[in-house]
Structures are given as structure tokens and as C-alpha cells.
Design a protein around this ligand. Structure first.
Ligand SMILES: Cc1ncc(COP(=O)(O)O)c(C=O)c1O
Length: 503
């Protein structure tokens, strides 16, 4: 049944019919918008994007509506023409993956039926799908544990927050200390702040990884009391994996617990060949593991795995309207204690669909593809005299490099050239590269361009034009720096779409 004439619903028997018509508007518009954009992001920079988007999207709340199809066509066009699209091989700035079509299609089913994961009477089957999904992920992370468990979260930030919250609840009130590496994600610090914990003690890193000797000294200096060591498996800037077996050993020696933020690296577990890089992960009491990074899921797809389901007890809560005691006693599953949120999206659905569609082997192939492509891309950088890769190993699928012309400048001016190259390519709509400050071979910290390679199909040959773009932009930036002016006026060089790198 549909409600009125102007607002057909998505669910029920008739919903799919309405959706079929509307999704064809969405899909046609997405296709033409991608063609019109012609590259990884729109040319022209923020002002130009704001102008074009506003022209299509405003007023967002008119007195009289413009109609379903017109609104969808306008807004989806604005979104698509103005997107930074990670399906383009030149969109490699962040842990921002291109979602698989199968996962995006599953999202549509979730959106149509709108299960909310906070009570059984809103999500009868969705609750079971979530349970099956979290059980599979829990077993992947802690294969030898008697009763491992996992929660679905909105991403790494929430997973780290809940991990610190659970650790705080295990410790005597007011006593937990968090110790983490200088390479940790900012969400670890923010979680401590939100939970009223002392600021984490930061351990020095060597080559982007926690220095075990420094961790040992730090724990010795804390003189006992409950401590949560937070290590990282796949750092944001460099993709580096902390030495987990040594860290687990040191933490155990001091009676500290270990949480591993494997938001990026976790999916290496899908691959038998790459899983050994995460040796020691199963010794963590909790593990952050995202599937909207190296897992090709649309946002949000976060997971927090714990070694024992009993560790989740602090999250349990009674709210009579959602999980009354008598309902639970009568056998209605209690979902409320599975999150710090109340209303929650069925994010496990797209994960489950993807897992069943590809199987562990299929996921493993995608992960291995990204790692292999990064290694080939690294070698391609090494082969270019005009570019220099950050010395050392490639972290998972992240390659840091900079133009040699930047090294020919004073330290700060060199970094400014690197930053300018990134901005020029962004403004021109040619490439979305990231930036990271990381240690160079001489121990000094420098600014690098960052390519986070998460495209599950792009070959390294598809990425080579990126190196030409960087070289060319760097030469212009260096000349402009010598002339004392900025090479990238707002709006960039306005390269035509056809000159941009296409998939
Ligand atoms: C290592 C690490 N942990 C946590 C996060 C936060 O994840 P999210 O953005 O999904 O909240 C990130 C984000 O990039 C990350 O790189």
C-alpha cells in the first residue's frame, strides 16, 4: 500500500515497483554524471563545486516540492558530477574505498525495509543476519577463543571508543591508563578524552611502528595499575603494522591488556598468504576492523571484535520499550546491548551479501590484488628519476613518495612544493592524492604524497599516468616557488576533462 499520491513508500508489495522506476532515474543520472565529470573529482575547486551544486540543489526546502523524479535527478546529478569517486584509479587519497556493486545493491534492500537493529520487533531477520556476520568475523579474528564475539559499529572511531569504554569498565574506577604509539589514529586520543580518561601516554615509533623497547620502558615507568596498550595494524599515514607479537609479549609481562586498531589491516586475515602479517592479533582483547576501508563496503561498515563475549557485558541495558525482561524471558532476542547506539542501520546485511557472494577466497583475491598493486606501483615510482619513494617497506597498500624537485629546496619550501602538487591536482580535477608527514631515510620528518591503493580491479598500469601528473605538476610548482608566486590560483589550471586520467 502506498501513502497518498506524492509519497510512495519503499517497502511492502508495491514499494519495489516504485523503487524500480526511481532507481532507474538514479542509475541513469549516476552514469551521465560520471561521464560529465570525466575524472576522479570535479575540476575547479571548492567555490566552483559549491556554485554548481547549489545551482542544482537549492533551495533544499522549497515551499512546494519539485517532484520525486526531478529532485532525484537534480540532486543525484549534483552528487555525481561533484563526487570524489574512489572507483576512479586516480582517487587514492584516503582509506576511502570504491564500494562493490553487490554491497551497494544490498544497501538498497536495507534502506527499503529500514530494519533498526535495537530490538527484535524492528529487525527479526536482520538481527539473525547480523549475528551470523559478527560470529564469522569474531571467529576470523580470534580463531582459538572459546566464545569470541563482535559488534557492528559505524567505523573505526566508534570501535576504538567502545574498546576503551569496555577497558575502562573492567578497570577499577578512575584507574585505566591508555598507552599508544605516536602512529595511532586520532580517534584513540579522542576516545580517551570523551571517556574522561587521562590523555594516552604516547610511545615513540621507529619507521612508523611502535618501538617495543620504548613500550617496555613506558610500561615499566607506569608502575602497575590497569593499562590498555593500543597498537595499530595498518596506520593511517603509512599502512604500517606494529610488531604485534612483541607488543603482546611486553603487555602480558606488565599485566596490561592489548587492543589492536586493525581498521585498515584487519582484512589481511581473509588472505592465507597475508594473514601472517597480523600474527599476534588474536592475543588482543579487542580489535577494531573496518570493512569500509580494505573491504569495499559503502560507509558505514565497522566492526569491533572481542576475545570473549562476556567482555561486552558493560553494554547491556534495559529499556522497557525495547527489551523488557518478560519479553527477553519469553525468548525475544535482546539486541540493545550490541551497541552504544539505539537506532542502528542493518550494516551487516551488505557485509553478509558480499561475504557470501565472494567467499573468503574471493575477498582474499581482492586484498592480495591491492597489496600487489601497491608493490608494483612502488617499483614504478622507484623507476622514475623525477620521483622518490619513502625509504623502507610499503605498508599494506599505501605508497608514500615525493617529487625530487621538492628535495632540491630548503626543508619547508620542499614540503610546500609537495603540498602544492596535491592541491593543484585536486583543483584541476585530475587526481585525489593524500598527504602524510613521515620519517625520511635521514630520520627527518617530511611531507609526502600518499597513494592509498584500495581499488580492487585497477592494475598498476592504470595508476602510471598519476606519476606523470605528479611530475608535471611538481615541475610547475618548483618553478613557481622559485619565481616566488603560487602556481595554483584558485580554480587550478582548468585542465579539460579529456586530459584527465580515466579508469
Ligand atoms: C587506523 C585507523 N583507525 C581508525 C580510523 C577511524 O575510522 P573511521 O573513519 O571509520 O571512524 C581510521 C580512519 O582512517 C584509521 O585509519
Amino acid at each position: 500500500m502506498s501513502a497518498g499520491t506524492g509519497a510512495p513508500l519503499a517497502g511492502g508489495v508495491h514499494g519495489p515497483g516504485h523503487l524500480r522506476a526511481l532507481t532507474s532515474v538514479v542509475l541513469d543520472t549516476l552514469e551521465s554524471a560520471a561521464r560529465a565529470r570525466g575524472g576522479p573529482l570535479p575540476a575547479g575547486g571548492p567555490d566552483e563545486v559549491a556554485r554548481r551544486t547549489t545551482a542544482l540543489a537549492a533551495p533544499v526546502l522549497p515551499e512546494e516540492g519539485i517532484g520525486t523524479e526531478a529532485a532525484l535527478a537534480d540532486l543525484v546529478r549534483a552528487l555525481g558530477e561533484g563526487a570524489a569517486d574512489p572507483a576512479d584509479p586516480a582517487c587514492v587519497a584516503h582509506l576511502h574505498c570504491p564500494p562493490l556493486a553487490v554491497a551497494a545493491a544490498a544497501e538498497l534492500a536495507g534502506a527499503a525495509l529500514n530494519p533498526s537493529m535495537d530490538s527484535w520487533d524492528q529487525a527479526p531477520a536482520a538481527g539473525v543476519i547480523e549475528e551470523l556476520t559478527t560470529a564469522a568475523l569474531a571467529r576470523l579474528v580470534h580463531p582459538d577463543a572459546a566464545a569470541p564475539d563482535a559488534l557492528i559499529t559505524s567505523g573505526g572511531t566508534e570501535s576504538n571508543l567502545v574498546a576503551l569504554l569496555l577497558a575502562r569498565e573492567r578497570a577499577a574506577p578512575g584507574h585505566l591508563r591508555v598507552v599508544t604509539g605516536a602512529n595511532a589514529h586520532h580517534s584513540v586520543h579522542r576516545a580517551a578524552w570523551m571517556l574522561g580518561l587521562p590523555a594516552p601516554t604516547v610511545v615513540a615509533c621507529h619507521d612508523g611502528r611502535i618501538d617495543p623497547a620504548a613500550l617496555d620502558r613506558t610500561l615499566a615507568g607506569l608502575g602497575g595499575g590497569p593499562v590498555l596498550v593500543v597498537a595499530t595494524a595498518g596506520t593511517t599515514d603509512e599502512g604500517r603494522i606494529d610488531p604485534l607479537p612483541e607488543i603482546a609479549r611486553i603487555a602480558e609481562r606488565y599485566g596490561a591488556e592489548l587492543h589492536v586498531d586493525a581498521a585498515y589491516g584487519g582484512p589481511l586475515l581473509f588472505s592465507e598468504r597475508l594473514a601472517p602479517r597480523l600474527a599476534g592479533l588474536d592475543r588482543a582483547v579487542s580489535v577494531t576492523f573496518d570493512l569500509h576501508k580494505l573491504g569495499w563496503q559503502p560507509v558505514a561498515a565497522g566492526v569491533l571484535a572481542v576475545a570473549d563475549t562476556a567482555l561486552l557485558a558493560p553494554l547491556s541495558l534495559r529499556a522497557d520499550y525495547l527489551n523488557a525482561d518478560d519479553d527477553t524471558e519469553a525468548g525475544l532476542p535482546d539486541l540493545l546491548g550490541r551497541s552504544v547506539r539505539t537506532t542502528r542501520r542493518p550494516d551487516a546485511l551488505k557485509m553478509a551479501v558480499t561475504f557470501r557472494a565472494l567467499g573468503r577466497r574471493g575477498l582474499s583475491e581482492l586484498v592480495e590484488h591491492c597489496v600487489r598493486t601497491a608493490e608494483e606501483f612502488g617499483r614504478a615510482v622507484d623507476a622514475r628519476p623525477a620521483l622518490r619513494r619513502r625509504p623502507g617497506a610499503i605498508g599494506i597498500s599505501t605508497v608514500l613518495f615525493r617529487p625530487v624537485v621538492a628535495d632540491e629546496q630548503e626543508a619547508e619550501a620542499g614540503d610546500a612544493v609537495v603540498a602544492e602538487v596535491r592541491r593543484t591536482l585536486l583543483m584541476d580535477g585530475r587526481a585525489v592524492l593524500g598527504r602524510a608527514v613521515a620519517e625520511d631515510g635521514d630520520g627527518r620528518r617530511r611531507l609526502w604524497l600518499k597513494a592509498t591503493l584500495l581499488h580492487p580491479a585497477a592494475a598498476s598500469a592504470d595508476l602510471l599516468p598519476l606519476l606523470d601528473l605528479v611530475t608535471e605538476a611538481a615541475e610547475r610548482a618548483a618553478v613557481a616557488a622559485e619565481d616566488g608566486d603560487s602556481p595554483s590560483a584558485p580554480g587550478g589550471t582548468g585542465a579539460p576533462a579529456a586530459e584527465r586520467l580515466s579508469p
